[in-house]
Design a protein around this ligand. Structure first.
Ligand SMILES: NC(=O)C1=CN([C@@H]2O[C@H](COP(=O)(O)OP(=O)(O)OC[C@H]3O[C@@H](n4cnc5c(N)ncnc54)[C@H](OP(=O)(O)O)[C@@H]3O)[C@@H](O)[C@H]2O)C=CC1
Ligand SMILES: O=C(O)[C@@H]1CCC=N1
Length: 266
């Protein structure tokens, strides 16, 4: 089975990297093309992937076609490959804000289509991807499309009107969590650790805390209490962070993310 990528930017490369690591597809089963030859050709050569000469050629050569271009060009690219999108193929879109109805308006409703919103952590097999299938993507075809994302992380089926909030909480949040890790690390540097030491310590603590939340039957606030010894240093730190507005800052950031995803400008 061949999987083709139209657009080979940051996100497509994260997915391809994850799929190659997981051996979900052999390099010869991965077909790529993007706007500029100087961008996709060296990437294809470096990973032994199949470089197609056009977006149509990707669609023609692939069973699963991943639309991984930026939202502003997605409708034009779909229109360009429309004639290659026969009902024996599955279209997988990762384009934020592009609905199944938007896609069907260009491709027709008979094309099996999976709308997804993956996050960059698919590259290390720890992704979080939202999925919504259209009415004609069912059975084994649906399983084959879901397998792409299940081999590089977790998936959750979501109503399309929840993709905006999902995109903020999982699609964009790696950037916010990295910002938090970097803030912890910078504080470590302030107190004498090297940046490399501090970053490794902060990242491992973040990874462990996420695992605890997922594995434990306690809610995060109970875990916070477990760490906060009476009269101790953690509660002092927590109160200082809250005085600086940490929770409000996070919620405001997520609100802004959702607004922009919905097409609102400042
Ligand atoms: N980054 C992320 O964490 C996430 C991104 N997404 C979605 O993924 C999509 C891609 O985002 P991202 O990878 O960050 O963006 P990038 O800017 O890194 O990549 C965009 C890609 O689109 C290609 N492209 C542009 N125009 C065309 C065209 N006409 N034909 C073929 N290819 C074209 C570019 O080609 P070239 O380089 O050759 O110009 C490039 O490979 C977006 O729709 C975004 O909403 C979804 C979830 C998470
Ligand atoms: O920044 C963006 O628009 C995309 C959507 C989710 C993550 N990156």
């Amino acid at each position: 089975m061949n999987i083709g990528f139209i657009g080979v930017g940051g996100m497509a490369q994260a997915i391809i990297g994850g799929l190659l690591n997981a051996k979900t597809f052999a390099p010869a089963e991965i077909v790529v093309h993007s706007h500029r030859e100087e961008s996709y050709l060296p990437y294809a050569q470096a990973h032994d992937l199949v470089a197609a000469k056009s977006n149509q050629a990707v669609a023609a050569a692939s069973d699963l076609i991943v639309l991984a271009v930026t939202p502003n060009v997605a409708p034009a690219v779909l229109a360009e490959i429309k004639d290659e999108l026969t009902a024996d193929k599955t279209l997988i879109s990762i384009v934020a804000g592009l609905s199944l109805a938007d896609i069907a308006a260009i491709t027709g409703a008979g094309l099996p289509t999976l709308r997804t919103l993956p996050n960059v952590n698919v590259e290390v097999g720890a992704g979080m991807t939202a999925v919504a299938a259209n009415a004609v993507l069912t059975g084994d075809r649906l399983k084959a499309a879901l397998r792409v994302f299940n081999t590089i992380g977790s998936t959750t089926t979501l109503a399309e009107d929840q993709f905006g909030v999902f995109s903020a909480l999982a699609g964009s949040s790696p950037a916010y969590i990295d910002f938090f890790i970097d803030s912890l690390s910078r504080a470590g540097v302030k107190h004498g650790l090297t940046k490399a030491q501090a970053t490794a310590i902060a990242a491992q603590a973040t990874l462990g805390s996420a695992k605890m939340v997922l594995k434990s039957d306690k809610i995060p606030f109970e875990l916070i209490d477990q760490v906060s010894s009476p009269g101790g240093s953690t509660v002092a730190g927590l109160l200082a962070m809250e005085e600086a507005g940490l929770m409000t800052a996070v919620v405001k950031g997520i609100d802004a993310t959702i607004k922009r995803d919905a097409g609102e400008t400042d």
